[in-house]
Write a new protein. Structure first.
Length: 225
């Protein structure tokens, strides 16, 4: 059930301005009946200023009248308070993480120079001025800025970062087709080793296993790559 925007202040107003029962007020405001009793007895920890729910358009006077005429009647709100929704503007970053922003910006600039300053600002929630200062190394704290992955720092998500990288790469016409050549040297060395073993086996059949079996085992073993 929807509740007033300020339940305690609303309950205080209802206690002072209506003859509704404590149970009705407690149910309408989403409070415990003892809280309403404390407000009525002025024993609440904080003195409350009443808030008129009729003027706030949370309940009609007719609804209050029905409740006053019938102590068992459950009051109904006109509508619940509108929730504040974030629509536009820079990403909100908790205070505890704001000091990490320059490190995250420096990491993106170093590893993904194709990402525009506007996209970096949307990812991390910062200004173009700050990004430009880090990019040209004129930032006041540049000596203490260490590039760190913004995902690890909790400034953005991996999905958002990947999407920004892909979008920037597409806009820049960069082909995202990279061939992994890290194993080429090991592969050549392995082939040379197999040839040597084949020659040794041809001279000494007692080594056991065919050359094909040995080669298959070596290629299938991930720890040998």
């Amino acid at each position: 059930m929807a509740q007033p925007l300020m339940p305690h202040a609303t309950a205080s107003w209802m206690v002072d301005n209506t003859s509704l029962s404590f149970e009705q007020i407690a149910e309408f405001c989403g409070l415990h009946i003892l809280e309403v009793q404390a407000i009525a007895d002025d024993t609440a920890a904080t003195k409350l200023t009443g808030r008129d729910p009729v003027r706030a358009h949370e309940i009609s006077q007719e609804e209050i009248d029905r409740g006053q005429a019938d102590p068992a009647y459950a009051l109904k709100m006109n509508k619940g308070p509108e929730q504040v929704r974030r629509t536009k503007g820079p990403r909100y970053t908790p205070v505890s993480k704001r000091q990490d922003k320059p490190d995250g910006i420096a990491w993106i600039i170093r590893n993904h120079p194709e990402i525009a300053d506007g996209a970096i600002g949307n990812l991390i929630g910062t200004t173009r001025t700050t990004i430009a200062a880090i990019r040209d190394r004129s930032h006041w704290n540049i000596a203490n800025i260490t590039p760190k992955d913004p995902v690890t720092l909790g400034l953005t998500t991996q999905r958002e970062l990947d999407a920004a990288v892909a979008k920037a790469a597409k806009a820049a016409g960069i082909e995202n087709q990279q061939t992994d050549t890290r194993l080429e040297g090991d592969r050549e060395a392995l082939i040379a080793s197999l040839r040597a073993e084949r020659e040794a086996a041809s001279r000494d059949p007692a080594q056991g296993g065919s050359i094909e079996d040995q080669a298959r085992a070596l290629f299938d073993d991930p720890f040998r790559r």
